[in-house]
Ligand binder design. Structure first.
Ligand code: ZN
Ligand code: ZN
Length: 219
């Protein structure tokens, strides 16, 4: 694995460790995946390159390190979404492929993927995907392949690609109703309540939940 790739992986680990409230150098170097990529000298080189600072046992991203980590995390989590949900890859092959795939993504390709899969707010593990320019701009040349369900018009049908809810009770409730990736639903009415038709049944769903369901329009 190239040095740049190793640096990128370490930046990603620092970012995700921080999400879990950890910033210890010793703990970072104990992570199995980090051991494979890096040792203390990698961290020293990253300090010299101005990507991180290390003070006693605490590692902190510099502004440069922060934006590189942000981009790397974004690519990684977008790759995960694309591989699991859109290409229907199983968890094990996804883990193997997401890491190598993300390093080949140029910023332009990352934006196209993000747009195609509807600017997902989280990865399949429920971790936030940092937003890119594509997520912030109101118009785009590419029309998304996958959209939040609330974008569909009355009478339109969509196949559920993924659901982004972090609340397990919500996901459980939805799956009891048969609302799972792969199911096909039709928008029956949008106002005053959002009503879906799923097979023979119609069900009213809270709009917050509707926005967490991402679908691909089927004709
Ligand atoms: Zn993930
Ligand atoms: Zn986006």
């Amino acid at each position: 694995m190239g040095q740049d790739t190793a640096v990128e992986e370490v930046l990603e680990f620092i970012w995700s460790e921080r999400e879990s409230g950890r910033s210890s150098v010793a703990a970072l170097l104990e992570i199995e995946e980090v051991k494979k990529e890096a040792d203390r000298s990698t961290l020293d080189a990253m300090c010299a390159d101005g990507l991180i600072t290390v003070e006693s046992d605490t590692v902190t991203l510099t502004n440069t390190g922060e934006s590189l980590a942000r981009e790397a995390i974004r690519r990684h989590r977008l790759a995960e979404r694309l591989l699991t949900e859109v290409l229907a890859m199983d968890e094990e092959s996804m883990e193997k492929n997401a890491c190598s795939f993300e390093h080949t993504l140029t910023p332009e390709v990352a934006e196209s993927i993000c747009t195609l899969i509807g600017h997902p707010p989280t990865c399949p593990h429920g971790l936030p995907i940092p937003k890119g320019n594509c997520c912030l701009s109101t118009r785009s040349e590419i029309s998304p392949l996958v959209n939040p369900l609330d974008r569909l018009k009355v009478g339109e049908t969509g196949r559920i690609i993924f659901i982004v809810s972090k609340q397990h009770t919500r996901l459980d409730k939805l799956s009891t109703l048969g609302i799972v990736p792969g199911s096909v639903v039709r928008v029956h009415q949008k106002r005053p309540a959002f009503v879906l038709q799923h097979g023979e049944t119609t069900l009213a769903l809270d709009i917050d939940i509707v926005k967490e369901i991402y679908v691909k329009t089927v004709n």
